[in-house]
Design a protein around this ligand. Sequence first.
Ligand code: FSO
Ligand code: SF4
Length: 561
Amino acid sequence: MFCYQCEETMNGTGCTKNGVCGKKGEVADLQDDLIYLLKSIAFYNSKARANNLNDAKTDEFILDGLFATVTNTNFCKTDIERLIKEGFEIKDGIKQKLMDEKVINEKSGSSFPRWIKEKLLGAAPNAGEGLPVMAKVTPATLANINTGILATENEDIRSLRELLIYGLKGMAAYAHHANVLGYKDDDVMAFMEKALLATMDDDMGVDELVPLVLECGSVGVTTLALLDKANTTTYGNPEPTAVNIGVGEKPGILISGHDLRDLEQLLEQTKDTGVDVYTHGEMLPANSYPAFKKYDNFVGNYGGSWWRQKEEFEKFNGPILMTTNCIVPPKESYLNRIYTTGIVGFDGVAHISAAEDGGKDFSTIIEQAKACSSPEQLEEGTIMGGFAHVSALSVADKIIEAVKDGQIKKFVVMAGCDGRHKERSYYTDFAEALPDDTVILTAGCAKYRYNKLALGDIGGIPRVIDAGQCNDSYSLVVIAQALAEAFGVEDINDLPVAYNIAWYEQKACLVLLALLSLGVKNIMLGPKLPAFVSPNVLNVLVENFNIMPNTTVDEDLKTLI
Ligand code: FSO
Ligand code: SF4
């Protein structure tokens, strides 16, 4: 295996035996195979799409296949093997359909570019022409192909190809969430296919890949906007909410991850059962949606961000439902009460599947919860959330006035991910050290490093404006654009906004690319720069966007404030 897609990669260079995250080497290899297969599917499906022969099932498969390989999502060998098997059926099905509809025929193969034939269709270089003589990529031939990241020898090309793939993984996760709520965008899917193919095209050098990476960011903005529409149309606009972080006396179910539809179904099935529901990690912002607040048994949020789950799940006492990333290898002590659903998988953890219409039956975990003790209290009080763009902009006048009369000097975007390494205490220290006339704008689980600090408010405006999950990063874009309009600045970089972003996994890569595609400069990135960014690619990012690594709190305050 070789994997260097997340911030916690081994020695800051790459995991080679097993992942620091707990991903086994053989699962990592299978995930590489799956990504490779998706490129082959993308080849056929882009032809099908161009001829209106594509179907929703293939789109879902591409999204799920990419999402399954996001850090801390699916650790399960049999799940990835099943996806590979299904992927072959889908690929062969599309190919057959293209032949039946005469989009491709016996002779078409000769007109495909050499790299398509060699790499995606499995033909030997210069093998005979025409489809029948091309050895198909099959599970057997796939095993003989080096599908790993290091198969790309040039480190700059490898770096850009992987940056693109990680952006696509993030995009797939966000598009998947929109999809689940019935919101789809054909252009997003078409871009994903184009980009998947581009990562195999030896004719694409640095000059061709850099614009494609930025296009990925721009399609990322479209995808995030689609998800925002899906969430807010379905569940209402989040409202400023003081979220309870204490516990009740009844037994509870803890729900984590980002999937709001799973939460909706769980709340509906637990109402009047005597079982309470709590959020963990990235599900915290769900407490601010009108559609969920109406449930009396929706108590609040329990604990902190994803990496604290081992300790906190143990103390929760009741069943835990993991709807998306980030699951970490569970401890024996709660193995019999943790469940996965959706695209999440872990060997030995029970999985709750969806019916054809997306419905899920949570009765097993509800029954189990009834026999459990109530959660052990970790803390008490409330934390403020719910400042997605509509509620943030509803106080825009107040915010603009506070900026104009000098009460607010600067906004600092401290969005992104949290992680388990000690050096992340930097973000707590940085938030504490910020001057009183600054306001933090956040989204994602990075907020857990400072959202329980008493940072106060500025004339009623909280000093931490939490737009929600990383899935809600679009809100930060809307807020920045509204500020630009209010202050009449044409260049987004002229706003009193600084960026100190923390990353961990690939969804954050997409959010970063989205910001770059909007022309945002001077982003500080930490706690470490990505291992997959080669020195030359870093130079491109520095020269064009002045991306900089974080250093010390004192130095970074001087730079950003
Ligand atoms: Fe955090 Fe994990 Fe949302 Fe990421 S839970 S780290 S950016 O997956 O997805 O913010
Ligand atoms: Fe290593 Fe991160 Fe890849 Fe896991 S996701 S194998 S920790 S680089």
